[in-house]
Design a protein around this ligand. Structure first.
Ligand code: ADP
Length: 196
């Protein structure tokens, strides 16, 4: 079965954790732009050097660069039968880039999982994560920048995908397993079942 999915949610919504669970269950690779950038930063690649200060400040890496990274990744063999995108697209220009790329392959997204978490809850989770993981972009300032970008630039992509009828809004408050179960229920309603 093929499944081409996108998971969207504000910072601290748990989209990374849920994305990995869903990708594993469906047997598709998870493509997280944040993870790709962080790996490049820690390995000190050219790309890593280009994006480090942008990421640390909580700003968006330029669309062209990000879209090129995603096109490369989705062109690898393991993504031929499906993928789960986490963190891309996150603005309207990137939606257009992805549309163009997928159209060229005669593919389209099957579903967009939108995790809904109130701002106070995501802020509390981010603050907790900041102490646990010490991510360079989990400073108070960078968090505010990222949440602002989410509200201004990323949330509007849900209206675009909404008009295509592919958005599943999932309540992101609750236990991890509970939330995973909600996502699977929504995907199953679209005929997308975990391979067990
Ligand atoms: P979060 O969702 O918590 O901000 P991510 O791991 O998804 O964390 O992304 C970390 C950073 O990587 C972002 O703040 C941004 O600098 C960069 N990044 C990730 N995805 C994109 C994207 N689609 N476009 C531009 N920059 C991105």
């Amino acid at each position: 079965m093929t499944a081409r999915l996108l998971i969207v949610g504000p910072q601290g919504s748990g989209k990374g954790t849920q994305g990995v669970r869903v990708g594993e269950a469906l047997g598709v690779p998870v493509v997280s732009t944040g993870d790709v950038f962080r790996a490049n930063v820690s390995q000190g690649t050219d790309l890593g050097r280009q994006v480090k200060s942008i990421i640390d400040a909580g700003d968006l890496v330029p669309d062209e660069l990000t879209s090129a990274v995603v096109r490369d990744r989705l062109s690898q063999a393991d993504a031929a039968e499906g993928f789960l995108l986490d963190g891309y697209p996150r603005n309207l220009a990137q939606v257009m880039h992805l549309d163009e790329f997928l159209e060229g392959r005669d593919e389209k997204l099957d579903a967009v999982i939108a995790l809904v978490v109130p701002r106070e809850e995501s802020l509390a989770r981010l603050t907790a994560r900041a102490t646990e993981q010490g991510r360079a972009d989990d400073t108070e300032e960078a968090i505010a920048t990222r949440l602002g970008i989410y509200e201004r630039e990323t949330a509007p992509i849900l209206s675009v995908y909404g008009t295509r009828g592919i958005v599943d809004e999932i309540d992101g408050v609750g236990g991890l397993d509970e939330i995973t179960a909600r996502i699977f229920a929504a995907l199953e309603a679209r005929g997308l079942r975990p391979a067990r």
